[in-house]
Structures are given as structure tokens and as C-alpha cells.
Design a protein around this ligand. Structure first.
Ligand SMILES: C[S@@+](CC[C@H](N)C(=O)[O-])C[C@H]1O[C@@H](n2cnc3c(N)ncnc32)[C@H](O)[C@@H]1O
Length: 274
């Protein structure tokens, strides 16, 4: 298209991205350009890599309206994953909404621990949320028998829908930790709530993520402490913890204990083997 016709056609992809990035930076979003690109790709229904090729194209007015609405939500600090309703995690993509915590990259460490299990082992992902750990592990290790549990029916509905969409054979059960489960497992993997009640959190977390997925008493360890009392005799237990909590959790759990650090160098997962 000639330059004059392009200008008359309204904002281009590149122009709208520039404006949105400036707006999101003013709203103190951590990664304004990346967020704008993810929202633009969503509004256009294309992959993010397509935006470079289409940078000079004028935006269809209906797409611009859609994009502006998505940017307004992000400006109010709603996480991108809730706005676009999905989050990649290892080799799979999970559908997410406000009933579940958005899976974090550091939680992929729990899956890596699960990959060390012997052929055919049984494993339970306690507090499965969107089903992230259970579904990613089952995807990478089809020989394992994988179960996901959550106390929250809303979270379980999201996990089950993800399992069905991905064609996974993971079974999802409602349970308070391991209470009432009628079988023994070789391994327990868990990213349970570990934030100290009353902690200050970024707006993305405090305003949008479910409180049942976050808070666990004055030191953040109430739920993990309770789980540890129920895992006696289980061969492998891997627990994700918050910054600074690893020594306390390692001291509570029996067996040969190792602490795995995340990419930021924080002690993130306490692993106990018998
Ligand atoms: C921090 S979120 C983690 C979700 C998911 N594992 C992930 O990593 O994305 C914690 C999850 O534990 C669940 N939960 C909280 N208390 C629980 C309990 N007593 N028994 C089972 N699940 C629980 C919450 O509903 C929430 O889905």
C-alpha cells in the first residue's frame, strides 16, 4: 500500500503497539512491550512472530477496538495470562482463568523432579490448580500414573477441562491434601500456597489471583506443614517453597533432603527421598 493510503487507513500494527507500550509503562507494568505484543497477537488471532511481518499494516477498526479493550484490562494490572486465557508451561499450554493460579516458570522444576521417577511410578500433584504439574509430567512421561488433587472445586473444573482438551489420562480428584485418597503413591509433588498471610503482593497477584492459592498462615507454611505430616513412607516428596522458606521446610521433612534452586538462584524446591 502507498504511504499516503497507509496513513489514511489509521494506526498500523507498529503504531498501536508503540502507543500501548507507552500506556502500559505508565501503568508500571514490568514488561510493557512484551505485554502489548501478546495482546496484539491475541486481538489479531495470530502468533507473536507474525507482528514483525505485519508491522506496517493498518489495523482493522474492529481489531483496534478489541486491542484497546485488552490493553485497558492490562492497564488495570490484570495479568496477561488471564486476559488471553492461556499460559504455556513446558510443552503444553494451559487454559487459565481467575479460579486458578497462573502457572509460574519456576514450578517447572517440580516436573523436572518428577522426570527422575522410575518407570511406571505413581505420583500425585497436590494442589494442582490448572493441572499444570500433573498434565506436563504426564505429557513427558506417559509411563507414569499421574493424579492431580485440589481442595477447590473451581480449580478442579479448570484442571479437568485442561486434561480433556489435551487428551490427557491424568485423573483429577477433590481432596484436602491427601485426606480420603484410597491409594498410596510413590511420589508427591506439590506447589501449595506458601505466602504469609498479610504479605504485600504486586497488584497482578493481590487483585486477580485466588486467595485460596496464595496464603497459608503467619509464616506461609501452615499447609505445607500439614502435608508433611501425611507423607511418611512416600519415596519421593518435592515441595515448592517461597524465598527463604527452604531451610525450615528441609528441617521438617524426613529422608535424604536436597534443595533445588530456580533460575534466579532462589532455593525453590525441597526434595526428600527415602
Ligand atoms: C499455589 S497454587 C498452585 C497451583 C498449581 N500447582 C501450579 O503450580 O500452578 C495452590 C493450589 O493449592 C490448592 N490448595 C490450597 N489448599 C489446599 C489443600 N488443603 N488441599 C489441596 N489443595 C489445596 C489451591 O486451591 C490452589 O489451586
Amino acid at each position: 500500500m502507498p504511504e499516503a493510503a497507509l496513513a489514511a487507513a489509521g494506526p498500523t500494527v507498529a503504531g498501536a503497539l508503540r502507543d500501548a507500550t507507552a500506556l502500559l509503562a505508565l501503568a508500571r507494568c514490568d514488561t510493557p512491550r512484551l505485554d502489548a505484543e501478546l495482546l496484539m497477537a491475541h486481538a489479531l488471532g495470530v502468533g507473536r512472530e507474525r507482528l514483525v511481518l505485519d508491522a506496517r499494516l493498518p489495523l482493522d477498526p474492529s481489531v483496534l477496538i478489541r486491542f484497546d479493550a485488552l490493553v485497558a484490562r492490562r492497564k488495570a494490572r490484570e495479568p496477561v495470562a488471564y486476559i488471553i486465557a492461556r499460559k504455556p508451561f513446558r510443552r503444553i499450554t494451559l487454559n487459565v482463568d481467575r479460579r486458578v493460579l497462573i502457572p509460574r516458570p519456576e514450578t517447572e522444576l517440580l516436573v523436572e523432579v518428577g522426570l527422575t521417577l522410575p518407570f511406571g511410578a505413581s505420583v500425585v500433584d497436590v494442589g494442582t490448580g490448572s493441572g499444570a504439574v500433573a498434565l506436563a509430567l504426564a505429557d513427558e512421561r506417559p509411563d507414569l500414573v499421574v493424579v492431580g488433587t485440589d481442595v477447590d472445586p473451581g480449580a478442579l473444573a479448570v484442571a479437568r477441562a485442561n486434561g480433556t482438551r489435551l487428551g490427557s489420562r491424568v485423573e483429577f480428584l477433590r481432596a484436602d491434601l491427601l485426606d480420603g485418597l484410597d491409594r498410596r503413591f510413590d511420589a508427591v509433588l506439590a506447589n501449595l500456597p506458601y505466602v504469609a498471610t498479610g504479605s504485600e503482593l504486586p497488584p497482578e497477584v493481590a487483585r486477580y489471583e485466588p486467595t485460596t492459592a496464595l496464603f497459608a498462615g503467619p509464616d506461609g507454611l501452615d499447609i505445607i506443614r500439614r502435608l508433611i505430616t501425611a507423607v511418611d513412607g512416600i519415596s519421593l516428596v518435592a515441595l515448592e517453597v517461597g524465598a527463604g522458606q527452604a531451610p525450615a521446610v528441609a528441617a521438617m521433612i524426613a529422608g535424604s533432603v536436597e534443595v533445588v534452586r530456580d533460575l534466579a538462584g532462589h532455593e525453590r524446591v525441597v526434595v526428600a527421598r527415602h
